[in-house]
Design a protein around this ligand. Structure first.
Ligand SMILES: Cc1ncc(C[n+]2csc(CCOP(=O)(O)OP(=O)(O)O)c2C)c(N)n1
Length: 523
C-alpha cells in the first residue's frame, strides 16, 4: 500500500519501524511534527524537553541505557545542544542515537539560515539527508543501524521543503522491528570524559571516521546515474529533485550520506563526466571538499549561497535567465500578531512609556512589526533577559525591560534571571504567558501543566521562582493580559522600583483557546 506522507511523517514512520523506544525534542519549525507524530504511539516514550541541550542529554542517557533513541530539533537547536553533542561523539552509544537537525534554508521561520552540515564535520559524526518522504523513512532506519554499527550518534538533516512536503511512501510491510541492544554497561574510560579518557577516545573517533569513509563508498544511499556524459550534477536532498526535473538526461551523483563524503565515488564520477556542477543549498559544503579532492567542479559560481534553491536555478544554469511575468511575483504578506492576541496590550504600554525592549523568540517577536514596533533586539532564545542586563549596564540612564514567552522562559530564560539576581541587576523581566508554545503550533511546556500526551504535569510556579532567586515580594506581580490599566500600573511601579522584578502577563492564546473549546464541544 502507498500513502502520501510529509517528510516529517516519513521520519516518524522510519523511527517507528526501527523500533525506536525513546523520543525527545524541543519544538521548532520545521521539525516539530516528528515528535508529535511519534507521541501517538503508546509503546514509545516521548517528551517535550525544556530545551535542546536537555533533549539531547536525556536521549544520550537513554541510548547509553540500550534504547534506540531519536532526538528532534530545528537547526538552531543544535547550537543549544552543541555541548553534549561534541562529547557524545567521543562517548558513542549502545542503542542507536539519531539526532534530527531540521535545517531551514530561506529562514522561513528561523532567526538565521545556518548550514548544519558543518556540525557533522566539526563533531565528526555521520550525516544523512533525505530528498523525499520515502527517503526520509529509509534513511531514518539506516541511521539507527549505522549508529549501532559504528558506535556513534548519527545526524539526519532534512530541510523545510522535505519536512513539510508530501510525497508517496511505500508502507507495505512496515511492521515495527524491536531491537535488543542490551543494557547499560559500566565502562569508565568510554563513558566518563575526564581529560585522560577523552584524549584516548579521540583516537577511536578518528578510527571510526576512517571506517565511515569506507562505508560512504559502498552504501546504496549514495547513487550514481550515468546518462549524458557531457554534463553531470553532484547533489543531495531537495536539490536532487530540481536537477531531475530540469535536467532529466544529465548524469547525477545523489548523496544520501552527506558526511563523510565518498571520495573515490566522487572522483570516479567526475572522471566520467565532462562538466560537473555541484547543486547544494546554502554553503559550498560539498563543493569545497570535492575541489580539495582535486576534481574540477563548479557550484557557487552559478548557484546562490543564500536562501533556498528552486528548479529555476537549475534551469537558469542550463538555459539562461528567465524574466518573471508580473503574475508570478508573489505579494509579500508580512506576519502580524493575531487579532485579539493577548501579547498586544502590553506592547501599547511599553511603547507609551518609551522603554527599550529586549525581545525574544516567539509570537511576541511580532511586536517588532507595525503598529507596535516596540521590540528593540532579538538574538536567540533566552537572550531577552540577558541582553537587557548588558544594555542596561551600557546605558543605565534609560528604562529597560525584557519580554519573553512562557516556553522560552523555561527553555533558557530562567538561567538569565538567576544571572540578573546574582549580579545585582535591576532588570524588569516580563513573561508573556499565553498558556502554550504558540509560535510552533501549540505545544505544552512546563508552565502549561500538561505533557506532550496531554497528561497532567507540574505547572512551574512563577512566584516561587521569583522568591527562590531573591526577588522581593513587591517586585513580583501577575496581571491579566487583557487589562491594559493593570499592566500599565504594574510596569510603571516595577520599572520605577529600580530592583530586579518579575511581571507575569497572563492571557490564553486566542487560537489555542478556540482549539480547546472546539475539542470540548466535540467539533
Ligand atoms: C534554539 C531554538 N529552538 C527552537 C526555536 C523555535 N521556536 C521559536 S519561538 C519558540 C517558542 C515560543 O513559545 P513561547 O515562548 O511560549 O511564545 P509564544 O509563541 O507562545 O508567544 C520556539 C520553540 C528557536 N527559534 N530556537
Amino acid at each position: 500500500m502507498k500513502k502520501l506522507l510529509s517528510g516529517n511523517e516519513g521520519i516518524a514512520l522510519g523511527a517507528y519501524e526501527a523500533g525506536v523506544k525513546v523520543v525527545t525534542g524541543y519544538p521548532g519549525t520545521p521539525s516539530t511534527e516528528i515528535t508529535e507524530t511519534l507521541s501517538k504511539y503508546k509503546d514509545i516514550y516521548t517528551e517535550w524537553s525544556v530545551n535542546e541541550k536537555v533533549a539531547l542529554e536525556v536521549a544520550a542517557g537513554a541510548a547509553l541505557g540500550g534504547s534506540r533513541t531519536l532526538v528532534t530539533m530545528k537547526h538552531v537547536g543544535v547550537n543549544v545542544a552543541a555541548d553534549p553533542l561534541f562529547t557524545m561523539s567521543y562517548i558513542g552509544v549502545k542503542g542507536g542515537l539519531v539526532i534530527v537537525s531540521a535545517d531551514d534554508p530561506q529562514s522561513h521561520s528561523s532567526q538565521n539560515e545556518q548550514d548544519n552540515r558543518h556540525y557533522a564535520r566539526a563533531a565528526k559524526l555521520p550525516m544523512f539527508e533525505p530528498s523525499d518522504s520515502e527517503d526520509a523513512r529509509q534513511l531514518t532506519r539506516l541511521a539507527f543501524e549505522v549508529s549501532e554499527k559504528f558506535d556513534t550518534p548519527v545526524f539526519l538533516r532534512p530541510t523545510t521543503r522535505i519536512c513539510h512536503s508530501y510525497s508517496v511512501v511505500d508502507v507495505n510491510g512496515n511492521e515495527r522491528k524491536e531491537v535488543d541492544c542490551g543494557k547499560f554497561e559500566r565502562n569508565l574510560s568510554k563513558h566518563v570524559m575526564i581529560p585522560a579518557y577523552a584524549r584516548a577516545r579521540h583516537f577511536d573517533v578518528e578510527d571510526r571516521m576512517a571506517k565511515l569513509k569506507e562505508f560512504a563508498e559502498t552504501t546504496s544511499v549514495n547513487t550514481t546515474e550515468i546518462n549524458d556524459t557531457e554534463i553531470g550534477f553532484i547533489t543531495s536532498g531537495i536539490s536532487y529533485n530540481y536537477v531531475k526535473e530540469m535536467a532529466p538526461n544529465a548524469s547525477v551523483l545523489k548523496l544520501g550520506m552527506i558526511y563523510p563524503l565518498p571520495e573515490n565515488k566522487i572522483k570516479d564520477f567526475c572522471s566520467k563526466i565532462k562538466k560537473v556542477y555541484v547543486v547544494e543549498e546554502l554553503e559550498p559544503f560539498f563543493e569545497e571538499q570535492i575541489k580539495v579532492m582535486g576534481c574540477d567542479v563548479e557550484g557557487k559560481k552559478f548557484f546562490p549561497i543564500t536562501g533556498e534553491l528552486s528548479p529555476d536555478n537549475v534551469a537558469e544554469l542550463l538555459y539562461g535567465k528567465k524574466e518573471l511575468l508580473p503574475a508570478e511575483k508573489i505579494l509579500a504578506r508580512p506576519p502580524a500578531l493575531c487579532p485579539g492576541c493577548p501579547h498586544s496590550f502590553v506592547y501599547n504600554v511599553l511603547k507609551k512609556h518609551n522603554i527599550l525592549v529586549s525581545g525574544d523568540i516567539g509570537c511576541y517577536t511580532l511586536g517588532v512589526m507595525p503598529p507596535f514596533q516596540v521590540i528593540d533586539t532579538c538574538i536567540d532564545m533566552g537572550a531577552s533577559i540577558t541582553a537587557a542586563q548588558g544594555l542596561e549596564i551600557a546605558d543605565p540612564s534609560i528604562k529597560h525591560a525584557a519580554v519573553i514567552g512562557d516556553s522560552t522562559f523555561a527553555h533558557s530564560g530562567i538561567t538569565g534571571l538567576i544571572n540578573a539576581a546574582y549580579n545585582k541587576r535591576n532588570t524588569l523581566v516580563i513573561v508573556l504567558d499565553n498558556s502554550i508554545t504558540a509560535m510552533t503550533g501549540m505545544q505544552h511546556n512546563p508552565f502549561s501543566g500538561e505533557t506532550i500526551r496531554g497528561e497532567q504535569a507540574v505547572q512551574v510556579n512563577y512566584q516561587y521562582l521569583a522568591k527562590a532567586v531573591g526577588i522581593e515580594d513587591d517586585n513580583f506581580m501577575e496581571v491579566n493580559a487583557y487589562k491594559p490599566d493593570e499592566i500599565e500600573s504594574a510596569i510603571v511601579k516595577l520599572s520605577d522600583s529600580g530592583k530586579l522584578s518579575l511581571l507575569v502577563v497572563k492571557g490564553i492564546c486566542v487560537i489555542y483557546n478556540r482549539k480547546k473549546n472546539k475539542k470540548k464541544e466535540g467539533v
